[in-house]
Design a protein around this ligand. Structure first.
Ligand SMILES: [Zn+2]
Length: 501
């Protein structure tokens, strides 16, 4: 039996977002301290889908002792302030030190965190934990969007990356990490490591593993994790983080160095062969509405408002798609999740059935103008949503005071927290049956697919204002290495700069 400290500290950073990630953003909407979250996570370990819950379930089953420390998560925005980073990382490291003596540490990290003073914030967390615990195994799970660095790989004994987007396998990744740790503890030997960065960035919307080429690539990856290769990972990266080492990477762990190198090289080769396929079609809102008429088969057509996805740093209050819906006078359309706490509060101050004169969305510094109109308040809630879909089954989302507002033929879920529509229950808890809609507008890039793809006649990716840009060629990188291609088969950053003059 081993004594293992567990903890986590996660944020996916979009350097181009307007607002930094503050300490308060790691508290939940009820302002409960993040530090109280580790223990409830362990209590729900067998039900919830997080790396830490899967790790703990597997490690406990194998007879190990788990010591929870700190677990903190924030929705994506710009750099984590130094104050927030020092405070939370300090708590995490202090918790791990206080848990000693230890045989191992498990960390539930994201891999695309950037702090004001640390480009590679996950590397810095690992460096501090390594300094605190010395030469014992440190294993960690990373998000599929991790921008993995050489330092992270060197500091951790093993890093295990999710293999699905939508992230259905977060807990499974934690279980894999626990199995690997178990064998390291039993043999007393850590595996050899190989690490490679890919030479191009992949827009998140084309990273989805329910479509090609990622679907086939991850199937081949799983099949290659055999014989001497004990763990193989492909992190697709998060292009919104403006750091030197942004972008996809491959990690291989094996009994011997040459096996690890061979496996990493082979997987890189497979990804590079499919570079051309990391591309798809996007629609203007107007073109998407026209296309939705052709594609409607009695089930809703989903318009993914990907650029305003809060999960990629979006403000969730851009109005491009909403305005197109209103202009075309559609009926049977529902939109989620629109972030406008002032509008939600105004709705809550009135009564269900009342009408409300409102300016919705497009808060400063938005270049858009808000949507003005007389909205009908159709339903109100405290925003507590019990998820039933495959990704977040058993988890509770807290949207804060929430209202269902209707303008013309469009129903809008207006919330007080910036959360993407992961689950059909976000509509249902307000009395809207998503499957009965003609159009569903979802401010999400890929995660919505876990619960909405099966009920949709089609999914159309829409280009509308938002910070989570689909085409990284539109981003003004300052720190990214200059020889990387900023999109699949696209120009390198160097070429892009000389073209811009
Ligand atoms: Zn992710």
């Amino acid at each position: 039996m081993a004594r293992i400290a567990v903890g986590g500290f996660q944020a996916e950073i979009n350097s181009f977002a307007a607002k930094k990630t503050q300490y308060e953003d790691f508290l939940d909407i009820a302002l409960r301290p993040y530090a109280q979250r580790a223990t409830p996570l362990l209590e729900g370990a067998r039900q919830t889908n997080w790396g830490i819950s899967g790790f703990c379930a597997e490690a406990l089953q194998r007879g190990h002792e788990i010591v929870p420390t700190t677990w903190a998560f924030a929705q994506p925005a710009a750099e984590v302030t130094d104050g927030a980073f020092e405070s939370i990382c300090g708590d995490l490291v202090a918790g791990i030190v206080a848990a000693g003596p230890l045989d191992a540490v498990f960390l539930c990290l994201h891999g695309a965190m950037v702090a004001e003073s640390y480009e590679d914030a996950d590397g810095e967390i690992l460096r501090r934990v390594r300094a605190a615990v010395g030469n014992i195994p440190i294993v960690a799970t990373l998000d599929l969007h991790a921008n993995v660095t050489r330092e992270m790989v060197a500091l951790a004994t093993v890093l295990v990356v999710y293999r699905t987007y939508p992230h259905l396998d977060m807990a499974d990744s934690g279980r894999r990490a626990a199995q690997l740790l178990d064998s390291i503890l039993m043999t007393g030997r850590a595996p050899a490591k190989a690490f490679r960065k890919l030479p191009f960035l992949i827009p998140p919307v084309w990273q989805c593993t329910t479509i090609e080429p990622a679907k086939t690539l991850y199937a081949k990856l799983a099949a290659s994790e055999t014989g001497p290769v004990v763990s193989l990972s492909f992190a697709e990266g998060f292009p919104g983080s403006d750091i030197r080492d942004c972008g996809p990477a491959v990690l291989a762990y094996a009994e011997h160095q040459d096996d690890a190198e061979r496996a990493a090289a082979a997987l890189c080769g497979l990804v590079e062969e499919r570079e051309v396929d990391f591309a798809g079609h996007t629609f203007t809102p107007e073109a998407a509405l026209a296309e939705s008429q052709r594609r409607y088969d009695g089930r809703p057509v989903v318009l993914a408002d990907t650029q305003d996805n809060p999960g990629g740093g979006g403000t969730s209050d851009t109005v491009g798609v909403l305005r197109a819906l209103l202009d075309s006078q559609v009926t049977g359309a529902a939109l989620a999740v629109f972030y406008d706490p002032a509008a939600a509060a105004a709705a809550h101050a009135g009564a269900i059935g009342s009408e409300l004169e409102l300016s919705l969305g497009a808060r400063p510094p938005s270049a858009e103008t808000p949507v003005r109109g007389r909205f009908v308040v159709e339903a109100l809630s405290d925003g507590t949503v019990s998820c039933k879909g495959p990704m977040l089954r058993g988890q509770t989302l807290r949207l804060g005071p929430t209202a269902l507002l209707r303008l013309g033929g469009v129903r809008i879920v207006v919330a007080s927290a910036r959360i993407q529509p992961y689950d059909q229950e976000i509509f249902r808890h307000l009395g809207v049956e998503p499957a009965s809609q003609r159009l569903l507008v979802l401010k999400s890039t890929v995660h919505f697919r876990n619960d909405f793809e099966a009920i949709a006649s089609a999914v159309l990716i829409v280009d509308s204002p938002g910070i989570n840009v689909t085409d990284p060629r539109r981003l003004e990188y300052r720190k990214l290495r200059a020889d990387v291609r900023v999109s699949p088969l696209g120009p390198t950053l160097n070429e892009l700069r000389s073209h811009r003059g």
